[in-house]
Design a protein around this ligand. Structure first.
Ligand SMILES: [Zn+2]
Length: 69
């Protein structure tokens, strides 16, 4: 029973393509979000690295890091 539940859960996660995960440096002055944890812009982040959805990042007024692409 538990296995079926987990399977459905992961299926739901996989089919939900609207949700993009981005990464933030959790500092007060952080205004950017990043697409990868190994981004150049995150290498000098001395704060906690957190992952949020793209929607949440935009809601917080974050813009895409200049090092991306
Ligand atoms: Zn970046």
């Amino acid at each position: 029973m538990k296995t079926i539940f987990l399977s459905l859960f992961f299926l739901a996660m996989a089919t939900c393509k609207e949700t993009t995960t981005v990464y933030l440096c959790n500092s007060d002055g952080g205004k950017k979000y990043h697409l990868r944890t190994d981004c150049r812009g995150l290498s000098n982040c001395h704060y906690q690295l957190i992952s949020v959805t793209l929607e949440e990042a935009k809601k917080q007024g974050k813009t895409l890091c200049k090092w991306e692409k």
